[in-house]
Design a protein around this ligand. Sequence first.
Ligand code: ZN
Length: 184
Amino acid sequence: MPSPVGHVLCGILIYLIINRYNNRYSLSVLSLYIFFSVLPDIDFAPGFIIHDPSFFHQGLTHTLGAAAIAGTIGSLILRRKGQFINCCLLFTGIYYFHVVLDYIASASDTSYPFGVALFWPFSVEHYSFPVMIFLDIWRGETNTTFISGLFNYHNLLAIMIELMIFLPPIILLYYFSFHKKQAD
Ligand SMILES: [Zn+2]
């Protein structure tokens, strides 16, 4: 899996792509994109209850079914008139892109489950990407070591790789779609 930094950058990139023809950008809408980009990793939370933060990770929340449920709930909460289907599809898509990104990063998975159940509930098969692009994120195995285990040279390198992949398209899109229009 990529780090939260990678998922946040991916959310920003999706926002810039979808809203590239807008004249202004909205921080609240961008926040929604980022929220749904990191939401699947909420599965660390129940693990803390049983003192094994990674126990449920990359399971049920990292599936097509969970993306559809999250998109539907998000759209119901937002209650935009006449926009239910559009919001539902958008949120589902952003959420699912996290799952796809974890799939693309799955060649570096160093712990169970290996790969992602991309198409659950239609298939229980876990898919692993054949080429290593991202580095796995190391973390502590217990509640007390989880956070401190994130700070190491390997994870710093992983984040540097994510920055190298996501920052160039973000900067280019920002410049051409927003900055340039504001200058016009
Ligand atoms: Zn994830």
